[in-house]
Design a binder for this molecule. Sequence first.
Ligand code: GDP
Ligand code: MG
Length: 155
Amino acid sequence: MANTREHTFIMVKHDGVQRGLIGEIIRRFENRGFKLVAIKSIQATRAQLEVHYEDHKGKNYFESLLGYGSSGPAIAMVWEGHGVITAGRSILGATDPIKAQPGTIRGDYATAIGRNVVHGSDSEKAAKREIDVWFKPEEILTWHRAGAQHLHDKY
Ligand code: GDP
Ligand code: MG
């Protein structure tokens, strides 16, 4: 049975906000048939980013993740749907935008790895940890999407 309650954490990073890409990024997830179950604007703190990016501690770009990431607002979202973690990664495109395919967000809108516009969880475990950093459980809503039977054949 498809897990239509799968969740991923998607963030329009500060560069994406500055570039005016919030609507474009939301549109791509909506068009694909995913459901927005939480959204807010955030002013990330270094402490939050340290947990969010904990796998990158010690890397030479870690300071810039914390410094640039906390320099201005970002948009935090939780998207729901069958396969949303894997599909979300392909909607984003490769981490290095130069290698990202056209048609992906990064392949269409970015050129620099440190300004790649958007974040998406890469596994179920990461999604859970990241959602916990940015949202309280009660901020994640449950709602029925009208016409869901036209998006999923089994659920
Ligand atoms: P993602 O999951 O595709 O976002 O990529 P990673 O989890 O590997 O890295 C997290 C973020 O760190 C990336 O989105 C980049 O913004 C940044 N990053 C990763 N590798 C590099 C690097 O080699 N140089 C710089 N400047 N930033 C990097
Ligand atoms: Mg990652």
